[in-house]
Design a protein around this ligand. Structure first.
Ligand SMILES: [Zn+2]
Length: 706
């Protein structure tokens, strides 16, 4: 280990000054990361050592009041004078210490510098010297990058990760005083690796739960190894990695949540052709489910993310702004990201000012964005195993189940948390729990849900929930059969014409608002269950849609339930044999949305700690904070809610908020952080009421209490 004097003598840390007191926090202060409120990154290109003005770069981030910047070390291309074999220096680097210059410029301004590495690719010369480092296809060929044929994919089960990457980390430790080490592009975000190298051929078959166990073991092993190397330099240093991927995440997030000090979401913008606007909030819910109050950041790409990419031009400013709104609302720390010095700060400069304006606004209100806990009493189970291993019926996509349930929750203005499937041992916070086609549940998880219901908790589940164990083996009957009082009575049925219908057999709260019809839409797929007493809805099986001459039911009435409802003491239980949330998402049918919203309201017993009444589609969060509480309202009332980028905001009017207060808390002030004004409030019967006059894209009502 090299001490500070040696570093100074070597001219490697030319930055004493303002930053030192902050960056050199006492070693006992290991949790400095949790105090970070803003992060910046310009993703450096090979050209940047001659294209980027380092002082301008550092001034920009200082003007955004960021607490940390990520600076590229890389692993693919070195940005400093490395001696690690196969760590190729970029062709514009020359004799320069570009990494060191950037770190020094950041620290001079009191900004933490984090060393960023990419362990996923290397060059042909390395494939010849170390063929064992690389990923292989089924034929045994080394896997080549699809975008740049000169690069090859490395394999995470090889010595590349235990020799090469540690050598770079230790070299960085020996030359620089960085505050942390970060890997980009590892662990894999959404899909598990498929590799046929010598190491991987000894593992279980890729894409299976048995493989996932080995994958997670390796992730945890490498994470701990890298963290220990970071701490060889100083105890306050640490390691973290690119995570994100929403619910469809590669590594077991419950395990990583326990391990990681900083959950970094590489979730930079809407990804595909039809990604709804709430993708960032959904990510925040995932983090909150596993991080237990520890630091989580979400990257907003100022660049053009999406199905067609332009790394080096700015996206719509309104789209980027909504993504940052969601970051804050869902409890994460905003992280602004530009690509390449010549583009991010040169050819297209449109992203600079919006980022500055936004970050300066957040800096004025930091204390209201530090959350202690979410005050939602409704939980939605995020089944990682189901997302990774379950095969939906042909024509269905896994993401549709959560998309549909999420949209119904927004339309109903429900406040909710995600609950990780491995955290079902502690559900006392929740009045009700929703299981959107959570197909894979272990016997133990079923037992935990049964205990929750026995204790008065309520459940809403759909379709194949609990039909598989955690190894993705199909059960003969539901794992939760006794809890819901259901029994499987056939195989999954689809349709070739009309989907099935649901016949109203008797009135019930879940049917509020339906008048003038005996029939409701059922769902596209269903898992038939045995008849129950007093069914509220029964199945009218699907039939011909065309020709219309034949479009009538051959079997107009059955005793097959289309919903099974049950009340046991305080516990309310609802099971839909149809994939109604997915069918709602696919069809957009408003009856299905109403039926879902009514049923969610019924299982939650009409109790909600916060209600927000008004026009528009919103997403809401409520947090307990240091000064009191904060109610966040995101306005999604926009033609681009489901597709394309937000082009403009469309304001919504009055939103009437009522929030139940814990005993003994008195409200002293309600302040709107976007409007930057105080508003009137009324304390009444253990609650506070106030009206937000309008919401453009986002508003935060900060409730101070004594
Ligand atoms: Zn491999």
């Amino acid at each position: 280990m090299i001490d500070r004097r040696t570093l100074l003598k070597a001219g490697l840390s030319a930055a004493p000054l303002a930053g030192m007191s902050f960056a050199d926090a006492p070693s006992s202060d290991v949790n400095w990361q949790r105090k970070i409120r803003r992060v910046g990154q310009l993703n450096m290109t090979e050209h940047d050592p001659v294209a980027l003005n380092v002082e301008e770069w550092a001034d920009y981030w200082a003007s955004l009041k960021v607490d940390a910047v990520l600076v590229s070390v890389t692993g693919i291309l070195a940005f400093y004078q490395t001696k690690v074999p196969f760590h190729r220096k970029g062709k514009y680097l020359g004799e320069r210490d570009f990494f060191g210059d950037c770190c020094a410029a950041a620290r001079k301004r009191g900004i933490h510098a984090i060393a960023r590495m990419s362990p996923d690719l290397n060059w042909e010369d390395a494939t010849q010297a170390h063929p064992e480092w690389f990923r292989r296809d089924a034929q045994g060929n080394i896997a080549r990058s699809g975008e740049d044929q000169r690069l090859f994919f490395t394999c995470m089960f090889t010595t590349y990760m235990t020799d090469y990457i540690p050598a770079i980390m230790r070299e960085i430790n020996s030359l620089y005083d960085v505050d942390g080490h970060f890997t980009n592009a590892w662990p894999p975000l959404g899909n598990l690796p498929v590799c046929y190298c010598e190491q991987c051929r000894q593992l279980p078959r890729p894409g299976t739960p048995a493989y996932w166990d080995k994958f997670n073991e390796r992730v945890v092993y490498l994470w701990k190894l890298y963290d220990s190397i970071a701490k060889e330099k100083k105890p306050s240093s640490f390691y973290f990695a690119n995570l994100g991927g929403g619910i469809h995440s590669g590594p077991n997030l419950k395990q990583l949540g326990e391990l990681c000090e900083w959950f970094q979401c590489d979730n930079q913008g809407r990804g595909g052709d039809d990604t709804p606007i709430w993708g960032c909030s959904l990510q925040g819910r995932v983090c909150n489910a596993v991080q237990k109050g520890k630091m989580a950041t979400n990257v907003t790409g100022a660049w053009s993310t999406g199905a067609v990419r332009w790394r080096n031009v700015h996206k719509s400013t309104e789209e980027a702004q909504m993504w940052m709104d969601e970051t804050l609302a869902s409890g994460m720390v905003p992280y602004y990201h530009l690509i390449g010095g010549e583009n991010g700060m040169g050819e297209d400069r449109r992203g600079l000012e919006p980022g500055r304006q936004y970050f300066q606004w957040t800096a004025r209100h930091d204390r209201h964005f530090v959350n202690k806990r979410s005050i939602a009493s409704l939980g939605v189970v995020m089944g990682q195993r189901t997302h990774l291993f379950y095969t939906p019926p042909r024509g269905a996509a896994m993401s549709q189940y959560m998309d549909g349930m999420y949209y119904a929750l927004l339309e109903g203005r429900f406040l909710f948390d995600f609950v990780h499937e491995d955290n079902l041992d502690d559900l006392k916070k929740y009045a009700a729990l929703i299981l959107p086609n959570t197909a894979l549940l272990s016997d133990e998880q079923c037992r935990q849900l049964r205990a929750y219901a026995d204790g008065g908790g309520s459940l809403l589940a759909t379709f194949e929930t609990s039909m598989y164990n955690e190894r993705n083996e199909r059960r003969a009957d539901f794992g939760l059969a006794d809890v819901f009082g259901i029994r499987k009575a056939g195989d999954v049925k689809g349709t070739t014409g009309n989907a099935f219908y649901a016949r109203i057999e008797r009135r019930h709260e879940i049917l509020d608002g339906f008048a003038g019809t005996n029939w409701l839409p059922g769902a596209e797929f269903r898992l038939p269950v045995a008849p129950v007493d007093g069914a509220v809805l029964t199945v009218v099986p699907g039939f011909v849609a065309y020709p219309p001459e034949l479009s009538y039911p051959t079997q107009p009435r059955t005793d097959e339930p289309a919903v099974v409802l049950r009340e046991e003491g305080k516990s309310r239980l609802a099971y839909f044999p149809g994939d109604i949330e997915r069918t709602m998402w696919r069809s957009g049918h408003t009856d299905l949305s109403r039926l879902l919203r009514n049923t969610i309201r019924w299982v939650s017993g009409g109790r909600a700690p916060v209600t927000i009444e008004g026009e528009g589609v919103i997403e809401a969060f409520a947090w307990e904070t240091e000064p009191g509480f904060a109610v966040h309202v995101l306005n999604y009332t926009n033609p681009n809610m489901h597709r394309g980028w937000v082009r403009a905001f469309h304001s919504i009017g009055e939103q009437k908020v009522r929030m139940t207060l814990p005993p003994g808390r008195r409200v002293t002030r309600v302040e709107l952080l976007k409007a930057e004004t105080n508003i009137a409030f009324r304390a009444t019967g253990g609650a506070v009421e106030f009206t937000i006059p309008k919401v453009v894209d986002y508003e935060v009502a900060a409730v101070s209490t004594a």
